[in-house]
Design a protein around this ligand. Sequence first.
Ligand SMILES: [Zn+2]
Ligand SMILES: [Zn+2]
Length: 302
Amino acid sequence: MKIVFLGTGGTYPSKIRNVTSIAVQLPGEVVVFDCGEGTQRQLMHSSVSFMKISRIFVSHLHADHFLGIPGLVQSMSLNGREDALNIYGPEGTKSNVEAMLRLGYFKSGFEVVTQDLPPGAVLDFGAYSVRCIEADHSIPSLAFCLEERPRPGKFNLKKAKKLSIPEGPLFRRLQEGRPVTVGGRKVVPKQVLGRPRLGRKLVYTGDTKPSKEVVKLSKNADVLIHDCTLDSSHGKLASDFGHSTAAEAAGIAKAARVRTLFLVHLSPRYESHEVLEREARKVFRNSIVAQDLMEFVVRYRE
Ligand SMILES: [Zn+2]
Ligand SMILES: [Zn+2]
């Protein structure tokens, strides 16, 4: 699983940051969280193939989070895309996206399927699921948790030999979670496999004030990507507009015991990220201010 930060700024683009968008490279597909204006050009500068995008999750309908959709859809279509594209977001996403796709003399050559999600919805895509909760922002907003399905436990060779299972295809069958028959006896996977191993877990908050619900959603996550619009000297401003400071985002990461915190949605006022990173690291050591086109590989814990 690889995260590519396509844009890390908030509100409007600056010379150094495009507005927020995060691509997650999974086996055979790319999932994108938020798609602000200019995201397609950021994609072209990145290692991500924009034609492999299967789903876009929109956190909320402020312009800096979704205006990149129509241009991206047009470019996909002009490049001969045929596979459907799924777009999800809070209430109003379907009507807004459909209205945007009607603009201009253009008809997409592939299907765009848009769905409004109520907070609490869980979408199961087999290898992974995406759960959403309500974030604490000024308009209906969602925070998302992408979690891989647990992997089967490690194969115990000793136990397999004791059960006289011959090496080869039967090993693979058991590792895949299917029973086998050896010398007329049935052997089930749990006889030779260790405990299931956790999949990787990633949370993206979109725009939000510090939220207990986000702490719950992020418990033990490998990666938390959190709103960090301002530093603490602008704490009231952050709160008034439904955002978090660096210290607040770091407090959430600490409370949720995540492994790594990435800070995004920086106000265009910051030419350097240092003040924000320093502030966050005082609270939670493993805090990183994400930069445009930064990549991060999420490794398994074991
Ligand atoms: Zn925003
Ligand atoms: Zn917003």
